[in-house]
Every structure is written in C-alpha cells, then in structure tokens.
Design a protein around this ligand. Structure first.
Ligand code: NAD
Length: 424
C-alpha cells in the first residue's frame, strides 16, 4: 500500500491573512503613506459564481468559482485559474494580490488577478471538464477581456482549458478574441515558450541565486516538491544546466535518489504511470521528509503553506526558491531568516510564467509572432533584471529578499496610484 500526499503540513493557515501580513510588514518597513496602505491591502473586485454543469450520467451538479481582481492601477489584471477541491475565496484573493506585486517586479504593465473553481478535475470526464470550463468562462466573462482581465493556466488547468475559454468568449462576442487568455495552444494564438516559461524562469533564478551565494550548478543538489508544469520543467532545465535533482514529489508520493535522478526518464515514467512514485532505483519517502532533506536547494512547486513554523527549524537547504505561490508562511520566513537560509520569493522566482504570458498577449494584440529563441532571450533579460533589482533592494535596506521584492513592487504600484490620484 502506498501513501498518498494530500493535506498540506498545516491546514489552518489562511493565505489571505498571510498575504496581507507580508504587505503590512513591507509597507511598515518602507514607511508607506497610510492612505496608500489602506488602498493596496484590499482587493478591488471579487466575483463569486455558482453554476450548474450537466454530468455524463444525466444529473446536474452545482459548482462554485471565483474571479478576483486585486489592483488594476498599472494596467489590465492578469492571473491564472486554478481547479482544486480546496480552492477558497481567501486563497484566490491572496493569489491575486501576489500577482500584482509579481507583475510590478517584472516590470509588466499589468495588475493582479486570479480565478478558481472548487473541483477535482481528475474526477471529471473530458466532456464534463469542457462543460464546466465553458460555463465558468461564461459566468466570469462579464469581468474578463483583453483590455480588462486576462486569465492563464494555474494548478490543474492546461492549454486545452485555455482554448475552451478563448473559444467560449469568442462565441459570445461573435469574433475570435485570442488575447482574452494566455497559455493557449500555438494553433489559436499561443506563444512559443509559454508552457516551459515558469520552470525556465525558476532555472534562471536558481543560477543567479547560486552565483550570489558562491555556488555553481555542478555539485549543487536540489529537492523539488510538485512535479507539474512549474516543478517538472524546472527539474528538466536545471538538470540540463548541471544541477543534481535528488528528490521530487507529486500527489502520488515522493522519491529520493541521493546521487541524482534521470529527469528525462522520470518525465517519461510520469507520462506513462501518472505519478513520479515507484520510479526505479529510488527510495520512497514522505512528502514532508522531502522538504527536510540534506540538499543545497529546496524548490516548493506545489501549493501554499508547505514550510511553516512547525517545520522551518528542520529545513536543511541553504537556498529556497518559491516556484509555487505562497509555500512559505510569514512565521516560517522569520525562522528561515534567523537561520541564514535565503528565500527567493514567489513574486520573483515564478515570474517567468506571467512574463511569457505578457509576451503572448502582446503577440496576440499585434497578430505578429516571435520565435522561441527571441521569447527565451527576452524572458532571461526580465528574470535577470527582476532578480538583480530585488537583490540590490534587499542589500540596500538590509532586509530579506521578500521584503526587498515587496519594496520594489509597492513603490511601483504606489507611484502609479499617486500619479493617477484617488478617484473622484
Ligand atoms: P500543476 O497542476 O501543473 O502541478 C501541480 C503539481 O503539484 C502536481 O505534480 C501535483 O501532483 C503536485 N502536488 C499537489 N499537491 C501536492 C502535495 N501536497 N505534495 C506534493 N505534490 C503536490 O500546477 P503548476 O502550474 O505547476 O503550479 C504549481 C505551483 O506553481 C502553484 O503554486 C502555482 O500557483 C505556481 N505557479 C504556476 C505557474 C504556471 O505558469 N503554471 C506560474 C506561476 C506560479
């Protein structure tokens, strides 16, 4: 009998409270104007939808979904859509706020948004998934659009799901609207390099952060929690750069091979079996153990609240790269900082996805497409600048990289807010 990873380490954490706390801490250190604080710590718009879906057996099931727009001062809002049985409004609000900071740090002309539906898509047929997606897209179509709010993939949503959203909105408007969503298949206006963009960005940041800490990829060991879009691509590209990926996990289990995993063979194994578990030549471990392994770099690439005050004292890695959004809680952050562990925050480490989503949106609006080398070169430039500016802000103010990143983001959004003024 194999163990299955399911519950996060601490379920009682509230992501929205944590996101607001991160913002409050940074704006306090920054001495942000109180008027701006009250504006920026709330979300602008929250849409809750309940909608029916016809199931294959003829029954009708109700689902609940959300679309939250945190801030649109710097441009249209942008952020993924998550399908997960434990999605909550507070989680989506936190993810939307983090998108605002991420877009500002990457220098993209977007604000932050996020969407979610409470569903385990693995329990649906393809037809049910399509009907759910099209109905949810219709329900939120009053707030999304190329000039207002542009969704993208997140946990358990794929290019195919994005194509259904693009088609649904296009059918309603009477013409094709490719720029309403990013992360689409290439055939309907997707961008070269989008599928790998988040993981590629993580790889760029891994190389830069190791460089700052005096390490090279060769001889640097890595554990990655989550082997989906973000985690598996980061594993593949980091292995190609010379890192040794020793441990990975997904909802099927965690595996460990101290000498390193053959990532190409592991990706093929997961495609065949549906999970990384039972990959030959590896030791099965618990997901919680993976986080505490004696490796140099730890990459949480699954969900929020994986590193908390409960386990932060036992983390052995010297560098944590947040490929996932919100995997380290504020309490854990403080413990890790005291222990001298460097954390590259989500708003920097996983900004590659939204950066190439921005490129996709620009290409769709122009109906003029770039080749993959150009996309990857532009992505590297954006990630390099975001990481360097974050590092310099942290050094200049003697704060953590998270606070340094928040300083950059908050200053940029605050400047735009002051330039525009508080309406009316
Ligand atoms: P995904 O659905 O492709 O993959 C999620 C992976 O996490 C799967 O392998 C799943 O099995 C695993 N997982 C879930 N719960 C787990 C647990 N408790 N223990 C171990 N593994 C677990 O999703 P994704 O797009 O890779 O997103 C992962 C994280 O990266 C999320 O936090 C998401 O918000 C963030 N992110 C994604 C993108 C993107 O472009 N896809 C961009 C930025 C940030």
């Amino acid at each position: 009998m194999t163990a299955v990873n399911s519950a996060p380490v601490v379920a009682a954490e509230n992501p929205w409270r944590n996101a607001q706390r991160q913002f409050d801490e940074a704006s306090e250190l920054l001495g942000l104007d109180p008027a701006l604080r009250v504006v920026l710590r709330e979300v602008k718009r929250q849409l809750i939808v309940s909608f029916p879906v016809k199931m294959d057996d003829g029954s009708v099931r109700m689902f609940e979904g959300y679309r939250v727009q945190h801030n649109m001062t710097r441009g249209p809002t942008k952020g993924g859509i998550r399908y997960h049985p434990r999605v909550t409004l507070d989680e989506v609000k936190a993810l939307a706020m983090w998108m605002t900071w991420k877009c500002a740090i990457a220098g993209l002309p977007f604000g932050g948004a996020k969407g979610g539906v409470i569903v385990d898509p693995k329990t649906l047929s393809v037809g049910e998934l399509e009907r759910l997606t099209r109905r949810y897209a219709t329900e939120i179509s009053i707030v999304i659009g190329p000039e207002s709010d542009i969704p993208a993939p997140d946990v358990n949503t794929t290019p195919k799901v994005m194509a259904w959203i693009m088609d649904t909105v296009s059918m309603e408007r009477g013409f094709s609207v490719p720029a309403v969503v990013t992360g689409k298949p290439l055939s309907v206006g997707g961008s070269q390099g989008r599928l790998a963009a988040t993981g590629r960005g993580v790889m760029f940041v891994a190389v830069e952060a190791c460089n700052k800490l005096g390490r090279s990829p060769e001889g640097t060991t890595v554990a990655i929690q989550g082997f989906g879009n973000a985690g598996s691509v980061a594993a593949r590209l980091m292995a190609e750069r010379g890192f040794t990926i020793c441990a990975v996990s997904d909802t099927g289990g965690a595996i460990y091979a101290p000498g390193g995993l053959d990532i190409a063979a592991l990706i093929a194994h997961k495609a065949r079996t549906g999970s990384v578990s039972a990959f030959p030549g590896t030791k099965r471990i618990r997901d919680a153990e993976l986080l505490e392994l004696p490796v140099d770099v730890l990459i949480p690439a699954a969900l929020e609240h994986q590193i908390t005050s409960e386990n932060a004292g036992r983390i052995q890695a010297k560098l944590i790269l947040e490929a996932a959004n919100g995997p380290v809680t504020p309490d854990a952050d403080a413990i890790l900082e005291r222990r001298g562990i460097t954390v590259v925050p989500d708003v920097v480490a996983n900004a590659g996805g939204v950066t190439v989503s921005y490129f996709e949106w620009v290409q769709d609006l122009q109906s003029f497409f770039w080749d993959e080398d150009e996309i990857n070169a532009r992505l590297e430039k954006v990630m390099h600048r975001a990481f360097q500016e974050t590092w310099e802000a942290a050094q200049a103010h003697h704060v953590s990289l998270r606070h340094g990143a928040y300083f950059l983001a908050i200053e940029r959004v605050a400047e735009a807010t002051m330039d525009r003024g508080i309406y009316p």
